[in-house]
Ligand binder design. Structure first.
Ligand code: SF4
Ligand code: SF4
Length: 196
């Protein structure tokens, strides 16, 4: 079989509320008319300007890995179908390729970020987000340091993370104070990790 003929394997990265909207009967009770305004409130632009051209989906590096493509998500936002939008947005890489190719200057990437803000405030927080946040307050970075990472850093000629350095603990402390002041710890349920 030629390379181009191989079927592309689709590995769906399930969100907490992942459902195929095309398989569902949508009635008015599912529509939230104020949803587009909520997206603007959290930093997204006006989703009603989307032309549904599909450029964003075409250039998105995660398109083949998710059931809901970027264009679909924007369409759901236009209709106010909130429950279909708050799951897979966590896998958006915020690479902004969609923004570069959007003729409506909508910036889908920032719509995705706004959707994350809304999801978190509704308690839809994937475990990996809590893990990353916990690592941040403990180690000052979202990935827990380990010997393998140290090895890779060395190969890349990057400095090692000095957990024994007194400044390291000062920095961690500052991160914790900032996280607590912003109420981020409460928002995502990691208060116990933040010792203020
Ligand atoms: S590229 Fe822009 S206008 Fe086109 S579908 Fe995506 S968000 Fe809508
Ligand atoms: S910012 Fe997100 S939605 Fe836009 S192209 Fe990149 S991964 Fe896809």
């Amino acid at each position: 079989m030629k390379e181009a003929e191989k079927e592309v394997e689709k590995v769906f990265i399930g969100g907490l509320h992942e459902e195929l909207v095309e398989d569902k009967v949508i009635d008015e009770s599912q529509l939230e008319p104020g949803f587009a305004d909520d997206i603007k409130k959290y930093g997204g632009k006006d989703v009603m300007t989307c032309l549904q051209c599909g450029n964003c989906t075409g250039v998105c590096p995660i398109s083949l890995k998710i059931d809901y493509k970027t264009r679909n998500i924007i369409k759901c936002c236009q209709f106010g179908l909130k429950k279909y939008t708050l799951g897979t947005r966590w896998v958006c890489a915020t690479c902004y390729r969609c923004y570069e190719h959007c003729p409506a200057d909508l910036n889908p990437a920032e719509v995705m970020i706004a959707l994350r803000h809304i999801a978190v405030r509704e308690g839809i927080i994937p475990p990996f987000i809590k893990t990353a946040a916990t690592n941040l307050v403990k180690y000052g970075q979202s990935v827990k340091p380990d010997a393998e990472i140290d090895k890779i850093r060395k190969e890349l000629d990057l400095g090692l993370i000095h957990s024994q350095d007194p400044d390291y603990h000062t920095v961690i402390r500052e991160i914790q104070v900032l996280i607590h002041a912003a109420k981020y710890d409460k928002l995502i349920g990691i208060e116990e990790e933040v010792k203020v």
